[in-house]
Design a protein around this ligand. Structure first.
Ligand code: NAD
Length: 524
């Protein structure tokens, strides 16, 4: 099986991108690792692997660049991201080619990343300077104490990111870190370095100072620890298992760690749901990027009163999905990313079928389309004896369950170690809101599978339980890359008792003052 690359992906582009890797200029020939295209299993190029000395060199350069960068006004730093926003939209065809080349996803799913990156850039470019400005807080004593909170940057922030959304997840969390005045060390997944390097070049073109944004390529196993040793905070997106390793290392160094991890997300379809919309949403929720999406739907709970009608329409539409390789806009779903992902999906489905589940649609690999393709699959009759019941599959497989009452649906949705995203379907949005607040998940979408909460970038996004620690997006996703520094200016008289003074008079004055404050609104 051989692949014709779009014209934009030529040898010159690849060599320019590899030149952006943070290798020391004087280094001997680095080791390399082959980059495989999931559509065909063919090698695209060999990518240099960074060594320990490269991490040290990149961290030094980044620290140096950060000194001048942090001194600029936040507005100046932020403005650059409006230029980046425009470049991402203007160069989207090349971005889409690279994302598809490295992940094997359908072009329509790659476009979600372009959109997301533009939305985040615009949002933080406009909102961040205001959030980073110093804030006045209530001082110890009115008039006497003026307290302000400043938000200086942390310094150097490390980003370790996965392959499934190689543009969004490598860049959108780094944008607030940069606007806050930090430098960045980014280690993208080994499967997706080119997309991250292209984004780095767009940042250069937008005017980011040299040295500030370093991209290190290679395995997390060897580069993770040296990166964690050199940064002032780490932002990690990936599996819960790796998240625990990162958290331990960050704990040892006492640096902040923000962790965006796995999910086993539920969709609840109430008996008054709009059936057609809910069916289409279940398809988007379960099969976008072949289910390799942290917030995708793997558990589908449908009210028994509407289950038969729902299942019939859902299964028919799943069977009609167009799965294909290629750089056009036609495919509804693309490939899985690699052999390990395919093996996990096959293992989960095989285990479920062997223990009595039925595949209502799909259930097979499609080697005729490419080495890692797998059909969109709907399982019925899944029980807690099966791996797929509780483990994240991260593939195009959804399990169907019927429920009789809301209370039962909420209890079963919450019976998971994860708590990343959920979706609730009802025509009564007030009821949807009430149901949503009972679900243990960082984001809950009412009448949308995942995008409404994700794209509301002014609101925080992250996981309950083992789905993560910390939040991306909004004020929370910016201020985590800063210190909170309180500056209190005291006037006229001191707060503390000074040596040699009249102790009894001081006690009386302070007791009266504290009693007076008790009566002031907003102080108690
Ligand atoms: P992974 O944890 O294997 O890899 C993610 C990154 O960590 C890669 O860059 C990898 O090189 C690096 N890494 C691996 N071992 C490491 C180590 N010991 N030390 C430091 N770094 C290491 O995850 P994956 O399988 O590539 O990604 C899929 C997982 O990511 C799924 O569980 C998915 O749910 C999760 N995810 C979560 C979100 C979110 O926002 N919550 C988003 C996307 C993906």
């Amino acid at each position: 099986m051989s692949m014709t690359l779009p014209e934009r992906l030529d040898a010159k582009l690849f060599s320019d991108l590899l030149a952006r890797i943070a290798l020391r200029p004087d280094a001997a020939s680095p080791e390399t690792a082959p980059l495989i295209a999931p559509f065909t299993g063919e090698k695209i190029i060999d990518v240099p692997t960074c060594a320990l000395a490269d991490v040290t060199h990149a961290a030094e350069e980044a620290h140096l660049a950060q000194k001048a960068w942090r001194a600029l006004p936040a507005k100046r730093r932020a403005k650059l991201f409006l230029r980046f926003h425009d470049l991402v939209l203007d160069r989207q065809e090349t971005l889409l080619d690279l994302i598809q080349l490295e992940t094997g996803k359908a072009r329509r799913h790659a476009f979600e990343e372009v959109l997301d990156t533009a939305i985040c850039s615009r949002y933080y470019a406009h909102a961040a300077p205001r959030m980073l400005a110093s804030e006045s807080r209530q001082g110890a004593f009115p008039v006497l104490t003026k307290a302000s909170v400043l938000h200086p940057p942390l310094g150097l922030v490390g980003f370790i990111t996965p392959w499934n959304y190689p543009l969004s997840l490598a860049i959108t969390d780094a944008i607030p870190a940069l606007i806050a005045g930090n430098a960045v060390l980014l280690k993208p997944d080994q499967q997706t370095p080119l997309t991250a390097l292209f984004a780095a070049r767009l940042l250069d073109e937008a005017g980011l100072p040299p040295g500030l944004f370093q991209v290190l390529t290679g395995p997390g196993r060897t580069l993770g620890e040296p990166i964690l040793d050199r940064v002032d905070a780490i932002s990690f997106t990936g599996s819960t298992a790796t998240g625990r390793i990162i958290a331990r290392q960050a704990g040892e160094r006492l640096i902040g760690a923000s962790l965006e991890l796995g999910g086993k997300n539920a969709m609840l379809v109430c008996e008054d749901a709009d059936l057609d919309r809910a069916v289409r949403a279940a398809i988007v929720g379960a099969f976008t990027n072949s289910g390799q999406l942290c917030i995708s739907i793997e558990r589908l709970f449908v009210h028994r009163a509407l289950a038969d009608a729902f299942i019939e329409r859902f299964v028919n539409q799943v069977r009609a999905l167009r799965i294909d390789a290629g750089f056009g806009d036609e495919a509804d779903m693309g490939s899985l990313v690699n052999a390990a992902q395919l093996a996990k999906v096959e293992r989960h489905v095989r285990d479920a079928l062997a223990k009595g589940a039925q595949a209502l649609a799909g259930g097979r690999a499609r080697p005729d389309l490419g080495p890692y393709f797998y059909e969109p699959t709907v399982l019925d009759g899944v029980t807690d004896a099966m791996e797929i019941f509780s483990e994240e599959t991260f593939g195009p497989v959804v399990s169907l369950y019927r429920f009789d009452s809301e209370a039962e649906a909420v209890e079963r949705a919450n019976a998971s170690a994860y708590g990343l995203n959920a979706s609730v379907w009802t025509r009564d949005t007030k009821r949807g809101f009430e149901l949503a607040r009972r679900i243990e998940a960082g984001t809950v979408n009412v009448n949308e599978p995942y995008a409404a909460a994700w794209a509301s970038v002014d609101a925080p996004m992250g996981g309950f339980k083992t789905s993560g620690l910390g939040r991306r997006h909004g004020r929370e996703g910016l201020l985590k890359y800063t210190q909170a520094q309180t500056v209190a200016v005291q006037r006229f008289m001191p707060v503390s008792q000074t040596p040699g003074g009249d102790g009894a008079a001081y006690r009386k004055r302070m007791t009266d003052a504290v009693r007076a404050l008790r009566r002031l609104p907003g102080v108690d």
